[in-house]
Design a protein around this ligand. Structure first.
Ligand SMILES: [Fe+2]
Length: 283
């Protein structure tokens, strides 16, 4: 088994999320903070503002006029989308790298993360968790952050992991735990703790594969799990582990999602794939 300290030490080598993105993440999850506070925070960071204006003025948004300030951007693009762009911009570099252990080429984890976030947001709108939409978006985007570190250890142990998954019926995360001593959810939660994410965000990252039964009762975690499963089912940069996680069909009943609903979400995501791919190129 790998020495877990060798893995944990690598958390410090991960490029940290920029302070401004982290502040906006905290503010956007706090119902007490106002929209103007968030806009002001962005406007006080010239590099971020410049990047944001470049993105808002791209063909992707097709705005009728040139956006020249954060205030303009908020008016024409909407604050919710601005917050999402800031968060995505803060983690794009980390998530864009290829991950050998998971069979993901350059940009593939990023593609999966952004599509999951899109699906999770759409699920949240359908199933009434809109008061926490930024948390849902962020959690879906960051759920696999542990893979950024664990990838090299998975690559090193791939033979043993594959035997457990393909010959002994282990789910991929159980095989990671068995062979390496830790899975990507646990490691992701450690990164999230180190980076002072909110308690709820840490919880969702730790439980996003719903292995723990109590997490199956938690609506937000269930929606992130479902968004992940939908992207895996659609084969969106699913990697070598993509189809090797448990599917808990009971959670669909619990949150009132029928098979027809699921098909509807998949069809809607397929229709928007081109748009999502266009968005990915902006970072
Ligand atoms: Fe995962």
């Amino acid at each position: 088994m790998t020495n877990l300290n060798d893995i944990i030490e690598r958390i410090d080598l991960l490029a940290p999320i920029p302070a401004i993105a982290s502040q906006i993440m905290t503010k956007s999850q706090d119902p007490g903070s106002s929209l103007s506070e968030i806009a002001e925070l962005i406007a006080n960071d010239p590099a971020l503002t410049a990047n944001l204006l470049k993105i808002c003025n791209s063909a992707y948004f097709g705005l009728p006029r040139k956006v020249e300030s954060v205030k303009d951007a908020v008016t024409y693009v909407g604050l919710d989308q601005i917050v999402e762009l800031v968060l995505a911009n803060g983690v794009a570099d980390n998530f864009s790298k290829g991950l050998e252990g998971y069979g993901l080429g350059e940009g593939e984890l990023w593609h999966h993360a952004v599509t999951s976030a899109y699906v999770a947001k759409s699920l949240a709108q359908r199933y009434g968790v809109s008061q926490n939409k930024h948390l849902i978006y962020t959690a879906a985007l960051l759920k696999d952050i542990g893979k950024l570190i664990l990838g090299r250890f998975v690559a090193f142990s791939s033979e043993k992991i594959n035997i457990l998954v393909h010959s002994q019926g282990y789910s991929f995360n159980d095989a990671e735990k068995n062979v390496i001593g830790m899975n990507h959810e646990e490691l992701g939660a450690m990164v999230a703790e180190k980076w002072s994410f909110s308690e709820k965000l840490i919880y969702i990252i730790r439980h996003h594969h719903l292995t723990d039964e109590s997490a199956q009762q938690d609506l937000e975690t269930t929606l992130i799990y479902l968004a992940d499963i939908i992207c895996m089912m659609m084969g969106i940069c699913a990697g070598t582990d993509g189809l090797s996680y448990r599917f808990y069909s009971d959670v669909l009943k619990r949150i009132n999602v029928s098979e027809k609903d699921l098909q509807g979400i998949i069809a809607e995501t397929s229709e928007n794939q081109q748009k999502i791919e266009q968005l990915l190129k902006l970072f």
